[in-house]
Design a binder for this molecule. Sequence first.
Ligand SMILES: [Zn+2]
Ligand SMILES: [Zn+2]
Length: 238
Amino acid sequence: MGWTGLKTHMAQWLPPPLCLLCDGVATHAHAHACDDCWALLQRLRTGSDVCPLCAKPSLQAAVCGECQRHPPHFERLWASYRLAWPLHSVIAAYKYQQQWAHARALSAWMAAAPPPWLSAVAIDEVVAMPLSRVRLLERGYNQAAALVQGLQAQSSLICSYSNSVFIERQHRPPQSTLKHDERMRNIRGVFALKTDVNKRNLLLIDDVVTTSATLNELARTLKTAGAASVSCWVLARA
Ligand SMILES: [Zn+2]
Ligand SMILES: [Zn+2]
């Protein structure tokens, strides 16, 4: 039996890959979804009608009023999906129920909806949103870093960028438990850069963006340290 024959022979003894969203059989094996769920997911994809700075809906991709009043410290932000059913339940399991293996599917879903500017923008380094040491011990993994690993392993989109920036993050109450103005105060000064980023073009990766206060504070820290540009790519926009 040749290699192809052996693989076919072995495949019939393996359970079929399951859809992450409904436990049915995954037809899009690379993306861990069945046809129906894949179609649902595609409906959550953000399109060309979002603000380039916050990824909220905006006609003809104009910079929205909020971003005009308070321009963020980063150059651009892209969210691959809207955070809604059924995606949010997978992300919740990924972050809060130790389902770290979901990183593979979630990064494949990100790669299926990349930022439209990715090939046109100069990028030297990819940076995963850091966790505090306390949160890292609690969770056991950094969910943003696992998305970066998944993206670099499974797609060619960001694999040429280096991944060597080290940033410490102080432990503070989770942003999700706070009101909008409390989030701004809570996050201020939380990051300490341990790597030289002078004149570097950076791509920040995170799982979910809500108010973008955290991404904005990290971008502020990086820009203060001399970073040439900061672009952000998140899996989903709340
Ligand atoms: Zn399904
Ligand atoms: Zn905006």
